[in-house]
Design a protein around this ligand. Structure first.
Ligand code: SAM
Length: 417
């Protein structure tokens, strides 16, 4: 039947498209696993937060402690200032859309049964349970010794496996020891590579690369020829916010720093789709649409919504909580003249403004992989050249730039085969 078909596509790809709806459910673990040939992303490690009912999350307002604060806010809601009123109106405008998407999820009982078991989907490996100490790349990259740090890449050679005396396959391994910071580290092979750095192990997906540096070195990602530029640019900046929890997780930067990101120079001659994650602050949205996108040469096209649910399908917060919305937005636009007004547009699906994708969040601030869902809007030739800025992980076919792109590549987030 139609439902069975959707479910089997979901089990294979991690993407479930609801019937006659603008909504999609994503299982990031399944989507990410398409990047790997030997290793598997560990569902237990990915879904470390919202499956455990004992652990509270920073998104969940702790009702008892915060009730007084909330009362104050409720009172305040009668006298919203200008910006807050606009934000409130925007929320009301998207409310129906989000509710409809959520209804579609709650109506898909077969899917819900699978979602409940997403975390225990695969067997636990020893490796993902290893209490290895997480490396702070941000710290290491900022000390004077940074240029001295090296990573060891173990690449599997792909030339026809040699047949040694009859039938045994001999696997060739190519080991490279290269600087880990301010250096483009590439796995051009079509299998996963294993890497070692300061006693930790990392998994590097096939056909991927990373450049680990501070914002000041991002110009090193600018291609020499514009037809070596990127067709899809995903950006998740370290926006400042007031959460103390956030401050422990990674450093943030004032918004004006992002004005200097060389988006135009990174864009392919055929143009690029730019996807920017924003928080729910109206001031930020204003800044992006009136200053940042114009400075980058990006024409705004549409907003996509990421709706966050728990393992039972319920929203992680009430939809109307002013400061804890259970959704975030991805702002989309095109960069490069060709993308905007040329012959390559007809291939592109017209970008809808009402798409909702739903998932169970992983670690703090970790975004679901949306590359696959955006492909149909990406200008230029296929396969698209893709880059993620401020990345904390890697994907096949992508370049990852940021000050900790290896963060979620630590072997602790994987199970072996
Ligand atoms: N999209 C990522 C994910 O899904 O896991 C989260 C990105 S997080 C919002 C922002 C990232 O920017 C953090 O990894 C942070 O360390 C990094 N960052 C902060 N300051 C930076 C700087 N000056 N240069 C480069 N990266 C920086």
């Amino acid at each position: 039947s139609e439902t069975n078909n959707r479910l089997s596509v979901f089990l294979k790809t991690g993407i479930y498209r609801f019937e006659s709806s603008n909504a999609v459910f994503i299982d990031p673990v399944r989507v990410l696993n398409q990047s790997y040939t030997q290793f598997k992303v560990s569902p237990t490690a990915y879904y470390s937060r919202l499956f455990d009912s004992k652990k509270s999350t920073e998104e969940e307002p702790r009702v008892s402690k915060n009730s007084r604060k909330r009362k104050r806010k409720e009172r305040k809601s009668h006298t919203l200032n200008e910006k807050e009123r606009i934000a409130d109106q925007r929320h009301k405008d998207s409310r129906d859309l989000l509710l409809k998407a959520h209804e579609a999820l709650m109506g898909a009982t077969d899917l819900l049964a699978i979602i409940r078991k997403l975390r225990s989907g695969e067997e636990e490996s020893k490796e993902s349970l290893l209490p290895s100490v997480e490396q702070s790349f941000v710290e290491l990259g900022s000390v004077w010794q940074a240029p001295l740090y090296e990573i060891t890449l173990n690449l599997h050679q792909e030339d026809q496996p040699t047949q040694s005396r009859g039938s045994l396959l001999v696997e060739n391994c190519d080991q490279r020891v290269i600087p880990v910071f301010n250096n483009l580290v590439i796995n051009e092979t079509s299998s996963d590579a294993e890497a070692e750095f300061l006693n930790n192990k990392y998994v590097i997906p096939k056909e991927s690369c990373f450049y680990m540096s501070d914002l000041r070195q991002i110009h090193n990602m600018i291609p020499a020829e514009s037809d070596c530029g990127f067709n899809l640019i995903v950006v998740d900046p370290p926006w400042e916010n007031s959460s103390a929890h956030q401050k422990m997780k990674y450093p943030t930067l004032p918004s004006r720093y992002f004005l200097s990101l060389p988006i135009k120079q990174l864009t392919h001659a055929e143009g690029a789709l730019v996807a920017l994650w924003v928080t729910n602050r109206e001031k930020l949205r204003d800044f992006v649409l009136n200053e940042l996108f114009p400075k980058w040469g990006v024409n705004y096209e549409a907003t996509l919504y990421w709706l966050k649910v728990k393992a039972d399908g319920s929203l992680i917060n009430e939809l109307d909580l002013f400061h804890h919305r259970p959704y975030e937005c991805l702002l989309l636009g095109y960069c490069g003249e060709k993308a905007v007004d040329s012959e390559c547009l007809p291939r592109l699906t017209c970008m809808p403004d009402d798409q909702v994708f739903i998932s169970v969040p992983g670690d703090y601030s970790r975004k679901p992989p949306v590359g696959e869902l955006l492909q149909e809007y990406v200008p230029g030739f296929m396969p698209a050249r893709c880059i993620e800025l401020f990345a904390r992980e890697m994907m096949a076919g992508w370049a990852s730039w940021g000050n900790e792109p290896l963060h979620f590549q630590d072997a602790r987030y994987f199970s072996g085969n």
